[in-house]
Every structure is written in structure tokens, then in C-alpha cells.
Write a protein that binds this ligand. Structure first.
Ligand code: FA5
Length: 340
């Protein structure tokens, strides 16, 4: 009878195929299982033949089919057990050198950024964010820097073909916040802080990079004065720098979006004269928010005042750790970064 011969042949072939596959491994055993016992495997075909056989033949073929099925299952189980045993017995080469575990560290800028955010949160500031790709309107226009203003030259950047740009400073987030007021989505008073990347077309040296990080803090409230601004900056620098060799000076400066405006410089009295921070280095720009900037956002400057500052996080971190060169931060040399 054809079908019973086919069934018995399948049994013999399966036993040989599984035994052969063991030498190759688990994937080979699985391939044999699929070919013989899978949903469109050989056994399935023969089962269909059995289903189509006339009643009397079924009585003879039934036990043979069951016997073949059991034999296949046993051959599969035996092959799988052998493969597992072989894998468990694989020799371990105890002379191989240990691979070592490389545990990462948090980037020094991220560490100091977290501390800055913590200091400002403790003073009631809200931590917010803004886009790296910015519109001219927010980066310049609403900050009292119209299209032909020379202040744009000091912050040249990377422009996109649609007229957007990579933001040159986090002050763009101020413009976005003031617009929220004009749109009726936010009401003063508020205190906000942003830490984020900014981009400039800049010659790189020990204290300048083309991609760096700024902290922008700004407050809009009633009866805000320069004294609040100075007190806030002093609080931040004391909390974050944790050094006793820091000298700070405030000098008048110009930014179109503040009036009056200042810059804060810092120097370290105990570092070697080769370290750039042994001389004055500018750390931040700040001032009282210009009435035109408040008005552009729909805030009445006769009712509300505020201060704002923008600080270079790389420079802050360099002072904190007496790092002499800004290129450490984006240089990707793990030997430097792992020290923090
Ligand atoms: C600004 O970017 C203003 N938006 C700051 C500001 C905010 C003023 C709010 C008033 C009110 P400035 O271009 O000076 O200003 O940059 C601010 C700080 O960013 C600098 O003091 C410096 O610490 C840092 N900085 C500027 N350029 C670079 C650079 N190329 N690489 C690293 N840090 C830089």
C-alpha cells in the first residue's frame, strides 16, 4: 500500500535527518522540524492522504500514522536534548582576558546643567525648553534686532534654505514666552529658565566653540530691579561654582533686548597664568528686559518689568573644574570626560 510505505519511509528519513542535524546545531534541528513536521511539511501531506483514504484502508493506516507521528516527536525531542547538552558542555577558555566593563559617566555639561536647574527651581523658576531650529522672528525680530541691525553680525549662524536658522542664543525662548502672553496662553508674573544648545558661525579657540550651551533665565513681575538681577546671579554662581578663588565683575554692555545691559566677567586667582581663566573671561550677558521686547509680546511695560540673563554653560563648567580649553566638551575624548 503506497501511503503506508511513504509513512514508514518518512519515519526512517526523519530519524536520520535529526541525528545528522545535531552535529550542526539548534538551527539545523529546527530546519528539519519545519521541513518534516511543519504546517506545510511532509507529514502534513501524508495526513491529508490519510484523510482522503477510503474507510477500510483507514483502519490499517491509522495505527501506522500514529506510530510515525510518535517516532517523529521522539526523534525531535532527542535531537533537541542533544544540542542543548552539547551547548552546555562547550569548554570555557579560562585563559581569555576579561573584557572589562565600561561604565559611562554623565557629561560634565549635563552635570552642571542639572545643578543650575536645581538652583533655579529652588527659587521658584519653571524649567522650559525651545527648538534648536528657530524662526528669524523669535531669534532676532522680537528681540529688537530688525533685519538690518548690526547686532546680527555678532551672532552669525547657520541658515536653512527656508529662512529659518540654528538659534544663536537661548534668548529666542524669551520671545516665545512673551508671545504666549500676547496669545492669551500665559499671564505674568513668571520666572523661567532654559538650558540648551546654541549655534554660531564662530572661529573656535580655547573659550569659543561653534556649538555651545546657554542658560537663559528671565523674570517678569512687578517692581523688579537690577538688584534682583545681581542677587540672582550671585546666588547661582555661589551655588554652582563651589570655589573660593573666583573674582566677579559687572560692567555695562549693550544688547538690543535689554536696557540697561551688563556683562559679567569672571577670573580665577589660583590657577596658573597659562590658564585662560587667570585673566577676565566673559561669562554672561544680562540686563533689564527692554520695554520694546515686552510690548512686542503683548506685555504692558508700564505694568510689568523684568530682568534676563544668558550664560555660557561651557565657560561656567570650565571655571568650576578649572578646565583650560572648551574643546574638551565636544572633542569626544573619553579620557578627559571620564574625569568628571
Ligand atoms: C547672548 O547670547 C545674549 N543672548 C545674552 C543675554 C541674555 C543678554 C539675556 C541679555 C539678556 P553673548 O553673545 O554675549 O550674549 O553670549 C552669552 C554668553 O554665552 C557669553 O557670555 C559666553 O559665556 C557664552 N558664549 C558666547 N559665545 C560663545 C562661544 N562661541 N563659545 C562658548 N561660549 C560662548
Amino acid at each position: 500500500m503506497g501511503l503506508s510505505d511513504d509513512l514508514l519511509r518518512l519515519k526512517d528519513e526523519a530519524e536520520a535527518a535529526f541525528a545528522g542535524a545535531v552535529a550542526t546545531g539548534a538551527a539545523a534541528v529546527e530546519a528539519v522540524r519545519i521541513a518534516l513536521m511543519g504546517r506545510s511539511g511532509r507529514l502534513k501531506d501524508l495526513e491529508e492522504g490519510f484523510a482522503a483514504a477510503p474507510g477500510p484502508d483507514k483502519r490499517t493506516l491509522g495505527p501506522i500514522l500514529n506510530q510515525v507521528k510518535t517516532a517523529l516527536k521522539e526523534a525531535l525531542a532527542a535531537a533537541q536534548a542533544k544540542v542543548t547538552a552539547k551547548e552546555n558542555d562547550a569548554p570555557i577558555d579560562v585563559t581569555l582576558p576579561e573584557q572589562g566593563r565600561h561604565i559611562g559617566t554623565i557629561h560634565p555639561i549635563s552635570q552642571v546643567a542639572a545643578e543650575v536647574e536645581q538652583v533655579f527651581t529652588s527659587m521658584g523658576y519653571e524649567v522650559i525648553d525651545g527648538p534648536h531650529i528657530e524662526q528669524d522672528e523669535f531669534n532676532f525680530g522680537r528681540l529688537n534686532i530688525p533685519a538690518d541691525h548690526p547686532a546680527r553680525d555678532a551672532q552669525d549662524t547657520f541658515w536653512l534654505s527656508n529662512g529659518d536658522l540654528l538659534r544663536t542664543h537661548t534668548s529666542a525662548v524669551q520671545s516665545r514666552t512673551y508671545k504666549l502672553v500676547g496669545d492669551g496662553k500665559l499671564t505674568p508674573p513668571f520666572r523661567r529658565v532654559v538650558v540648551g544648545k546654541v549655534f554660531r558661525y564662530e572661529a573656535v579657540d580655547a573659550t569659543h566653540d561653534n556649538t555651545f550651551t546657554q542658560v537663559e533665565g528671565f523674570v517678569v513681575d512687578k517692581e523688579i530691579t537690577v538688584a534682583h538681577l545681581i542677587g540672582t546671579i550671585r546666588t547661582m554662581l555661589t551655588a554652582v561654582l563651589k570655589r573660593d578663588d573666583v573674582e566677579v565683575r559687572l560692567r555695562p554692555s549693550f544688547f538690543p533686548f535689554v536696557e540697561p545691559g551688563f556683562e559679567v566677567d569672571v577670573r580665577l586667582t589660583s590657577v596658573e597664568s597659562t590658564n585662560r581663566f587667570s585673566r577676565w573671561v566673559e561669562l554672561l550677558g544680562c540686563g533689564m528686559i527692554h520695554p520694546k521686547v515686552l510690548s512686542a509680546g503683548g506685555i504692558d511695560p508700564t505694568q510689568w518689568q523684568g530682568f534676563a540673563f544668558g550664560l555660557g554653560m561651557e565657560r561656567l563648567t570650565m571655571i568650576r573644574h578649572a578646565i583650560a580649553d572648551i574643546r574638551v566638551f565636544h572633542g569626544g575624548d573619553l579620557r578627559s570626560l571620564h574625569q568628571f
